[in-house]
Design a protein around this ligand. Structure first.
Ligand code: PAF
Length: 279
């Protein structure tokens, strides 16, 4: 695995790939952008990228502009040595480790905003979060110019926004949505889970259980509060029931697919009738 800390060096490397890629006409690049603290959810993205492409590129960059809370940024888990070993062991060809000064040499003067879907759910509770996400992902997509970029559906709202951004700005990378990977308890895998206690990590699976079994989002919200979660939201959009909660001082998000009556146009907004939920 070739590790590149300088984006200038990566751009040279990428240009060479263009030359050999044109010659053979069969190279495709699969890209996995991450903020590190890698787990088996990331592994499933790497494996899918490996199956579908012959070059796999990953990036690790804890993006400061998507943290609306300074303490959350400081507490975000980081273990770069372990992450490098992890990616090395899973057949990644290139790892980009850009510095903040190179990624934001403009001091974040230029940024990307979306005005509707980024303002609800996580966006309502984390002002500016999606501006930071969209800006950094746009930079990474332009740098890597991959054929496919792999994103997990745990961050469902993020994945939708990035898909839409890529098509709006004629980015040629296909954004591939990948299913949520869960721990055996049902808890969605997340870098933030590392900050839960051993017992908390098992208890937190009640988030998934409740989203899946409650008859409505209002009932799920009440039940989660009763179970001791501090709930930010439980809402239904785009055929999914989505939630964000705090538990042991850690912010967790999850979502499940829901069955809605055919008369509800869930693509246009929140579903009003829920008949049941599936994982
Ligand atoms: O999902 C993440 O890890 C981050 O939001 C991403 C897409 C790498 C952008 O910083």
């Amino acid at each position: 695995m070739k590790i590149l800390e300088s984006l200038k060096n990566w751009q040279c490397e990428r240009r060479e790939f263009d030359i050999s890629g044109t010659r053979t006409k069969q190279n495709t690049i699969g890209f996995i952008p991450t903020m590190g603290a890698l787990h088996n959810g990331h592994l499933s993205l790497v494996e899918q990228a490996r199956r579908e492409n012959n070059v796999v590129v990953a990036s690790i960059f804890v993006n400061p502009t998507q943290f609306n809370n300074a303490e959350d940024l400081i507490k975000y888990p980081r273990d770069i040595a372990r992450d490098i070993e992890f990616l090395h062991g899973h057949n990644v060809d290139y790892l980009l480790l850009p510095s903040e000064s190179e990624m934001y040499e403009d001091q974040y003067r230029f940024r990307l905003s979306e005005c509707e879907e980024s303002k609800i759910l996580c966006g309502a509770f984390r002002p500016g979060h999606f501006d930071g996400v969209l800006t950094v992902v746009m930079k990474l997509l332009n740098l890597v110019r991959a054929n496919r970029c792999y994103m997990g559906e745990k961050d469902f709202q993020q994945m939708r926004l990035i898909k839409r951004m890529a098509s709006t700005f004629f980015i040629e990378t296909e954004i591939v949505a990948c299913p949520i990977v869960r721990e055996s308890s049902g808890l969605a895998m997340s870098s933030r889970n590392e900050r839960l206690s051993a017992i908390g990590r098992v208890y937190a699976s009640k988030l998934f259980e409740t989203l899946k079994t409650a008859d409505s989002s209002a009932i799920a919200l009440r039940e989660l509060s009763r179970l001791g979660f501090q709930v930010e939201y439980v809402e239904e959009h785009w055929g999914r029931r989505l939630a964000a909660v705090w538990f042991e001082g850690v912010r967790l998000i999850d979502n499940v697919s829901i069955h809605v009556s055919p008369t509800n146009n869930v693509e246009q907004g929140a579903a009003t009738t829920t008949l049941g939920a599936t994982p």
